[in-house]
Design a protein around this ligand. Structure first.
Ligand SMILES: Cc1cc2nc3c(=O)[nH]c(=O)nc-3n(C[C@H](O)[C@H](O)[C@H](O)COP(=O)(O)OP(=O)(O)OC[C@H]3O[C@@H](n4cnc5c(N)ncnc54)[C@H](O)[C@@H]3O)c2cc1C
Length: 408
């Protein structure tokens, strides 16, 4: 609930708004001074875990593969390798792939893969007038895609600055802007497939005390080893799209739900996998799309597809299927607690993140060991680690022990 902002929904009014819990709202009449802001605590308990999901981010140092190649009598347009940014960049990346497909002047199009990249490629192709068949081993609900965190992270392990080269930032910006605009079309729909959450980033240190890092030329790098070695090698261009992405604002004084901690709040776009996945698959079928459940073992299997033009979206599986050794696994894990619809926020603290989604409360240890962007790099162990899940949940249990706020 926001109180005190005349221009709700506009950037101009954002900094004047304050978040207070429903409990605080009933205790204080609008217009009166609110002396303490509370976040209702969520039930951060390891004995409530319903699922632990593990995923490998399909990372390529040069960024996603988007080129086209002739393969026998087929044209294969690649669309894979989106690291930790696949959901965020999906629409923009699909738009580039479909643009390449349009140059073949075919009416029928095959898409291999039905993760978020394959499905958005299929939908953009339908909107461009193609008749589309998806060939895939799994539909979206069973892909690596739904083992993600599911929020707007367009430059999370998407590329290394040096290896991506000077042209890539423009391409990245194009993908990010196109995706952001398309996601906005899905806001406000029944079931909230896409929505915004207030996300609080907490820190024990003042922001100016946090160390700034650059690549250390005296240490190993990707160039010297063929593997990322330092967090600072990873690319990020938040400045390029700051005109459309809500800024993080410091929360202080009586507005700070966690007095003594440094708190920043921003409006974060999140994806509710169940509602959003169902909506996208429904759209695909309603537009006449076909799905063929099929597993490919080698590129030669593509020659048996009747369509001449193929958009190839196998994600990390391209490492084996297309023998693309440039794909580097970046392991990540999410733990899920039952949905808590009365909790409407996300938190990030001490290397752990939580988001309250309609699918459940997601808790992720994204940097529990203070490795920064190097967390999970080169790790292809795709099995749940319950200790890691419990550590991440424990960070929030401790937080709300120190700041009991309103009991969940
Ligand atoms: C822990 C974690 C958190 C993340 N959080 C975010 C986030 O918050 N925001 C964000 O933007 N991104 C996030 N990501 C990254 C994102 O999940 C990926 O970039 C994205 O899911 C990649 O999608 P994809 O469609 O390319 O691959 P996949 O989801 O792996 O889909 C591949 C498809 O190809 C099919 N396929 C594979 N091999 C074959 C074969 N041999 N024959 C036939 N079909 C095949 C599969 O069945 C599947 O349908 C996260 C990743 C992880 C691991």
């Amino acid at each position: 609930m926001f109180i005190g902002g005349a221009a709700f929904g506009s950037f101009a009014g954002y900094s004047t708004r304050r978040w207070i819990s429903p409990a605080a709202a009933t205790a204080e009449l609008p217009g009166q001074a609110v002396t303490a802001a509370h976040l209702r605590s969520f039930r951060a308990r390891a004995d409530q875990i319903t699922d632990i999901k593990v995923c490998l981010r399909p990372f390529r140092a040069a960024g996603p593969r988007l080129d086209a190649e002739r393969f026998g009598d087929k044209v294969v347009i690649h669309n894979y390798g989106h690291g930790g940014s696949g959901w965020s960049l999906s629409w923009g990346s699909a738009n580039i792939a479909v643009g390449n497909a349009a140059t073949t002047q075919q009416k029928k199009l095959a898409v291999v893969g039905c993760g978020i990249i394959g499905l958005t490629s299929a939908l953009i192709a339908q909107r461009a007038g193609f008749e589309v068949t998806i060939y895939t081993r799994d539909l979206l609900p069973h892909t690596r895609s739904v083992r993600a965190n599911g929020s707007w992270t367009p430059d999370s392990r998407i590329a290394l600055t040096e290896q991506a080269g000077p042209q890539f930032p423009d391409l990245w910006e194009q993908m990010a802007r196109y995706s952001w605009a398309t996601y906005r079309d899905y806001l406000g729909q029944p079931g909230n497939p896409i929505m915004f959450l207030d996300n609080y980033s907490l820190s024990d240190l003042p922001s100016q005390a946090r160390p700034e890092e650059g690549v250390d030329p005296g240490q190993p790098t990707f160039a010297s080893t063929g593997r990322p070695q330092q967090s600072a090698e990873f690319a990020a261009w938040p400045e390029r799209i700051k005109d459309i992405i809500p800024a993080a604002v410091p929360i202080s004084g009586s507005d700070n739900p966690f007095p003594g901690l440094q708190v920043r709040r921003h409006s974060l776009m999140i994806y509710n996998f169940g509602a959003y996945g169902h909506l996208l698959l429904s759209e695909f079928f309603q537009a006449g799309g076909r799905v063929v459940i099929r597993e490919f073992h080698t590129p030669a299997d593509f020659k048996t597809i009747p369509e001449h033009t193929i958009i190839n979206c196998p994600g990390y599986a391209a490492r084996d299927l297309w023998n693309d050794q440039s794909l580097i696994p970046v392991r990540g894990q999410t733990a899920w607690l039952p949905p808590q619809p009365d909790i409407a926020y996300g938190l990030a603290y001490r290397g752990a993140a939580m988001l309250s989604k309609s699918d459940g409360v997601m808790v992720q240890g994204f940097d529990l060991d203070h490795l920064g962007e190097m967390t999970g790099v080169g790790n292809s162990f795709e099995h749940p680690d319950r200790t890691e899940a419990e550590r991440a949940i424990g960070i929030f249990a401790d937080l709300f022990d120190r700041f009991p706020a309103v009991k969940g």
